[in-house]
Design a protein around this ligand. Sequence first.
Ligand SMILES: Nc1ncnc2c1ncn2[C@@H]1O[C@H](COP(=O)(O)OP(=O)(O)OP(=O)(O)O)[C@@H](O)[C@H]1O
Ligand SMILES: [Mg+2]
Length: 222
Amino acid sequence: MIKLEKITKTFKMGDETIKALDNIDFVVEKSEFVSIIGPSGSGKSTLMNILGLLDIPDSGKYILDDIEVSTATENQLANLRNNKIGFIFQNFNLLPKLKAFENIQVPLIYKGYTNEDSKQIAYELLKQVGLKGREEHLPMQLSGGQQQRVAIARALSCKPEIILADEPTGALDSKTSEEIINQLEALNNKGQTIILITHDEKVARRAKRIVKISDGKLYKEA
Ligand SMILES: Nc1ncnc2c1ncn2[C@@H]1O[C@H](COP(=O)(O)OP(=O)(O)OP(=O)(O)O)[C@@H](O)[C@H]1O
Ligand SMILES: [Mg+2]
């Protein structure tokens, strides 16, 4: 469902050029749970941004569900972004003034759901991630792990085919990290495709497959 061929991405900073991604080949099949591990600055977020259609590569091919992204129309791109991919970030990225359920409503309302329907879906998703009874809490009234669960529920709200998680446990203690990974594993057991980016070996090992990234190059796990 995801196929990257010879993807490169270079950043220019003054006189310096940084090869953030160097000739990356990467395939992810439906229902896979794969982690990408690498040190700081190795290109993980750059790769995630390209996979998530938030950035475009300098060269190479990205085929997402049979669509070659570089030749896709604006409409096709918007459709891919809205329907195929759910994001989870290190810092949760919740809207601080919105309650837990309202954070989940946002993408649904964008998609045209009514207030009532989206609220019902939000409550159901919060129950699914173990947050029944916390629907009306503001992000600051929730623990880090609980906030990340809200973010997972939000990522699931549009029924994405792929979940992209960039250091989802980076801001959490080890016990809470474990809970969040359990949650992701449970989703994968139900068929959810998950790409997990991390620099934590222990977290990475929970995926069914690990690839390593170093200086912008991708390696299969030895
Ligand atoms: N917008 C940008 N402009 C210039 N250089 C960038 C930009 N984004 C990333 N880089 C550079 O590209 C390289 C890869 O960065 P990236 O953010 O992908 O690393 P990362 O693996 O996600 O690191 P971390 O674990 O610290 O999040 C780094 O050397 C970084 O400085
Ligand atoms: Mg990063």
